[in-house]
Write a protein that binds this ligand. Structure first.
Ligand code: ARG
Length: 596
């Protein structure tokens, strides 16, 4: 069944075409002026322009040609020719009934399902997760779920960062710590005891040394990277241990965050494809020598940007920068593994579309990779999309850091949030009668809901300030508020069941019922917008509107104290609201507890 906007559009298109107007102008949407009408069509203006007539004339003709139906009365006209519609109580009731009966709560599926890889999360061995990874995980998980729910065949891939210079750097640090790798027993004993915390302590220290100009360390790390990539058994063994320790810890953190990948592949998995790929790029004449390195130019003629040199002079250089394919040490670079990963995905998943949910600051990198892939004929450019996002900032407006100034660790963040959730639950006198185990489970769900909803309720391209106190509030546009509303409906439905009261046919009468029914109707549109734009905040917004509509309904329209058909109808509405709210939250990666 079409949603109400879709049904109105179809009816309006018939009217437009009977008047000889193009139907593409007949679109009816939810109104942003509900005082004038619940739905609106602004197309009379464009249709008039196309037909060389005056907008009011066209609008009047359209309104006159509309015959009142089960769906809506004829539209009224506002301003220079806006058509405003109100749907009939019958249409609203029918639609709400459909949502109540439908397992998908009124959500449609795409006409032509695609094969889609969502590349998100992107944690690195040794480097620790920073805010960028947190957002990538939360947003990517939601996009994956939205795509899957709409009917696409979707793979989520963590694209583990396990192959670059950082690996050589940590291997070098370990070499220093042990005074070399000659003593095999000593090395084995060290590897045995290696933890993620140690790796995450080693990396920043050595990264800092390189950044501060320690050429010795830099060159040894480069050599170690090259040795690893050219197959040195010793380097591979050390790498494997670091990789496994890191991955095990990160899998735990992701599970706790409710983020779940279908593929846990990494950069290293694309490595076997690189030698042939480089040969192929070479054979296609795409590689150029550049100071000992091999690069692939991706800028078109005339694509230039200004660049300031060290001595202050400004020159024009090609833009985007060329992709560095092989370094002068012979190592594969970040872009090289990304290019090879495209080949790997084409081979293994044959995707129609690959979404990269990665920090906006990597936009240039992806533009280089995508152009290179298209130039090499590996995949069409339009099948690749970088879905970027802003940063999560601290109170100072800069990317969030811990109080000690370090990067945030995901496990610590979740721990903090759970602690705060416990406090809030106690303040609100929730869960006093729960077992310790249930209380902990609820606190964890509240914590994750707070973190995720705070992130996803912002348009992903904007940055936002991390404020756990605000995220954790039980009032306002927060995750905990939405969980609380969902749980409240659950308890009403439980009570109804205990009383043996059954839901029945929906008949919308009261205004608050109508508002709730119209909110239920809006789900499919919100889902489609989230899908088309890869913007989960449309669904976050929907969840909030729905929860508020339910709240208004509940305070004006008693459910259990009412009787007969009214009670049955209201109970059905409450059931529909719960089903849709739970589904919407699930698409955001948020799970609802049984009670709280
Ligand atoms: N590991 C990368 C980083 O930490 C993110 C990976 C994103 N995905 C990709 N295909 N490059 O910056």
């Amino acid at each position: 069944m079409k949603d109400l906007a879709g049904a109105l559009t179809a009816a309006n298109a018939a009217v437009f075409s009977s008047l000889g107007l193009e139907t593409k102008h007949a679109d009816v949407r939810r109104s942003d002026r509900p005082d004038l009408g619940e739905f609106q069509c602004n197309g009379a203006l464009a249709a008039a322009k196309a037909a060389g007539k005056k907008p009011p004339e066209i609008a009047q003709a359209a309104a006159a040609a509309w015959s009142a139906t089960d769906l809506a009365a004829a539209p009224t006209i506002a301003g220079p020719g806006f058509l405003n519609f109100n749907v009939t109580p019958t249409a609203v009731s029918k639609r709400a009934q459909f949502v109540a009966d439908d397992a998908r709560a009124g959500a449609s599926t795409v006409e032509h399902p695609r094969r889609v890889v969502v590349d998100y999360g992107g944690p690195n061995v040794a480097k620790g997760m920073h805010v960028g990874h947190l957002r990538a995980s939360i947003i990517g998980e939601s996009i994956k779920r939205i795509y899957r729910f709409r009917g696409d065949h979707v793979w989520g891939d963590a694209h583990f960062g396990d192959w670059g210079f950082q690996m050589g750097l940590v291997i070098t640090a370990l070499e220093d710590e042990l005074g070399g790798f000659d003593d095999r027993a000593k090395l084995d004993a060290r590897l045995e005891k290696l933890t993620l915390d140690q790796l995450e302590a080693i990396y920043p220290e050595y990264a800092r040394r390189v950044k501060e100009g320690d050429i010795g360390v830099r060159d040894r790390a480069r050599k170690a990277t090259a040795a690893l990539q050219s197959g040195s058994a010793l380097h591979r063994e050390i790498w494997k241990r670091m990789h496994d320790v890191s991955m095990a810890a990160q899998k735990r953190d992701f599970a706790s965050l409710g983020v779940d990948f279908d593929l846990w592949l990494g950069e290293s998995d694309a490595d076997p494809l690189i030698p042939d790929m480089v040969k192929d790029l070479d054979a296609k004449g795409l590689l150029e020598e550049d100071q000992g390195a091999r690069i692939l130019r991706v800028a078109g003629p005339g694509e230039k940007k200004k660049k300031k040199l060290e001595d202050g002079t400004v020159v024009e250089v090609e833009s985007p920068d060329p992709l560095l394919v092989v370094s002068s040490e012979g190592s594969a670079m970040y872009g090289t593994t990304d290019l090879a990963t495209i080949l790997q995905r084409v081979r293994d998943q044959n995707p129609d579309f690959i979404i990269y949910c990665v920090d906006q600051r990597q936009a240039d990198h992806f533009e280089q990779v995508y152009r290179a892939a298209a130039k090499a004929g590996y995949i069409a450019r339009e099948k690749l999309e970088h879905v970027g996002f802003g940063t999560m900032n601290g109170p100072d407006g800069k990317p969030f850091k811990t109080r000690a100034g370090g990067v945030l660790k995901l496990g610590d963040l979740i721990g903090q949030a759970v602690e705060k959730a416990r406090e809030r639950l106690k303040e609100n006198e929730i869960g006093a009668d729960f077992s310790a185990e249930e209380f902990e489970k609820v606190a964890h769900k509240v914590a994750i809901a707070a973190i995720k909803f705070a992130d996803l309720s912002n348009a992903r391209t904007t940055s936002y300030i991390f404020d756990l106190d605000r995220f954790m509030s039980f009032e306002g546009k927060t995750g905990p508020y939405l969980l609380y509303q969902a749980v409240r409906i659950k308890s009403i439905l439980r009570k109804a069941q205990e009383q043996g009261t059954k839901a029945g046919a929906i008949a919308i009468e009261h205004d608050a019922e109508r508002t709730l029914a119209l909110a239920l109707d809006a789900f499919d549109g919100a889902l489609a917008a989230a899908y088309d734009k890869k913007m989960p905040h449309f669904l976050a917004e929907h969840a909030y509107t729905l929860a508020q509509a339910f709240s208004g309904f509940y305070s004006h329209c008693p459910i259990l104290p009412s009787e007969g058909g009214v009670r049955a109808s209201r109970l059905a509405l409450a059931g529909a609201a719960l089903k849709q709210l739970t589904l919407t939250l699930d698409l955001l990666g948020i799970a609802v507890p049984e009670r709280m």
